[in-house]
Design a binder for this molecule. Sequence first.
Ligand SMILES: NC(=O)C1=CN([C@@H]2O[C@H](COP(=O)(O)OP(=O)(O)OC[C@H]3O[C@@H](n4cnc5c(N)ncnc54)[C@H](O)[C@@H]3O)[C@@H](O)[C@H]2O)[C@H](O)CC1
Ligand SMILES: [K+]
Length: 527
Amino acid sequence: MHLVTSDAMQKIEQHLCQQYGIDTLLLMENAGKNVANEALSILKEKNLKQVIILCGGGNNGGDGLVAARQLLSVSSAYPVTVYLLANPEKLKKDPLYNYRVLKNTSARIIEVASVKDIEIYPQSLVIDALLGTGLSKPVTGLYRETVEKINSARDVFVLSVDVPSGINATSGAVMGSSVKADYTVTLGLPKRGLFVFPAREYTGKIKVADIGIPIILQEAFPIKDILITPHLIIEYLPERNPDVHKISAGVVGVIAGSPSMLGAGILASLGAYCAGAGMVVWPLPFSAASLVKIHLPEVVTPLVESTQAQRYYMPSVAEFLGKNFAERKCRSLIIGPGLGVSPATSFFVEKIVQASSHIGGVIDADALNCIAGERQLWKGRLSGWIITPHHGEAARLLGSSPKEVAENRFEAVKQLADYFQCIAVLKGPATLIADPSGNIFVNPTGGPELATAGSGDVLSGVIAGILAQTGKHLESAICGVFLHGLAGDMLARNKKEITAKEIAYQIPAAKKVVRDGQYRIPFMDGD
Ligand SMILES: NC(=O)C1=CN([C@@H]2O[C@H](COP(=O)(O)OP(=O)(O)OC[C@H]3O[C@@H](n4cnc5c(N)ncnc54)[C@H](O)[C@@H]3O)[C@@H](O)[C@H]2O)[C@H](O)CC1
Ligand SMILES: [K+]
């Protein structure tokens, strides 16, 4: 599903009006009618008594004025009160027209000078039409007080028009303060910011309303942001042929672990198996291999020589390992979990990535920190690889700070993919995946339960496991992130404390839910 920024939406709207000669008034009418229809079904379902509509001075407010008229025209069962936070004489063209028409109906219209003028009764449906895509600065003064009044009202349901007022429709940030809605009817095309955090905690159920923007016009605009839906994932799920054997099912090679962090590699290997890989090959010194066998006897552990107490891999073995992975028919690799960071490890990472770039795969964790230490050297040189940083690692890779990354996640993931010419997975709430062409995919699955030690190692394994089966980098990253999040969501229905191992073991069940067509995005109405 394509997502739009505020700018793109405005351009599409302008184009529609110029190219087709459609009046913006018609779009506002369609918007208001959709809001009224949704409002009516909520009023009935929740057995509410009246409607309170809060309108700002722009077109979002105009949508609210149309909704008021449309509601009154289809039902007299619900009294409608409109609070207008603007001087009617200063309204823009379309809201002014609709204000004048609404004056001729039975709606109560109150001009708000102070928040005390607003009364929100229990058992009301509150329609928030204060601010939409035109939000350009933090919400302050009367608007902020009104937002806070809506949020503190008890025994009401809140429906936001287009976006909850105060949410930046492009980035998903809260601009000072935002309405917390139970429902959001987003108009024409879904706004990108609604699908990431913190906005996702403010939208309630999101419904996309058709306001008459022709599909052909939507396609004419190069939209680069995409919400990952189950329809997309069904196409990316790896399928096993009946005549498959363990090698043709997909072999994953692993370079992971150090004496103090062996578990990371075990979890990554487990993730790969649970995602359907036929075999996992993890070269290790004898002592480490014996430990791995106890926990995961399925892993094949060719022996490597290490003369160091602190690390398993010497730079001198990199070339041999690269060749060995190819001979063993590895179709993807996982490099990084638990490797540790030291100059020698950085040198090893450089050599192993070069020696196995014909295979490619996932670079994660400590290998990312090694790469970050020499970021200029790696510019444009990770094609064929998928990187999976969290905010801290992403900041090091970009030479910025975790705060900057957290505040500009869309930009950060795009820059990573562009700078290194790879697929970039920026982990965190609503994980983002970018390719070097600038496409960004927003993941709807996963929650705070995934924030548990080893969860990222499992994710690397799942992505590499899918890649070994399909050979498709972007698709494997998208599918892996989605299934990993869904596995977490499924586990979280029963308990909030989940472990990384459980996430891995849940992957097959998550796959089945998608394959059986049973998955619906929980915060969306329709799909
Ligand atoms: N794009 C479409 O196809 C359609 C959009 N519709 C609706 O229109 C709004 C966008 O309308 P716009 O007039 O551009 O902006 P807003 O109503 O969101 O904002 C109005 C006004 O408010 C001022 N402002 C900005 N920030 C603040 C702030 N923090 N506090 C107070 N005031 C603020 C700013 O000057 C703006 O002019 C879109 O969301 C849809 O709901 C249509 O009606 C249908 C077609
Ligand atoms: K709004």
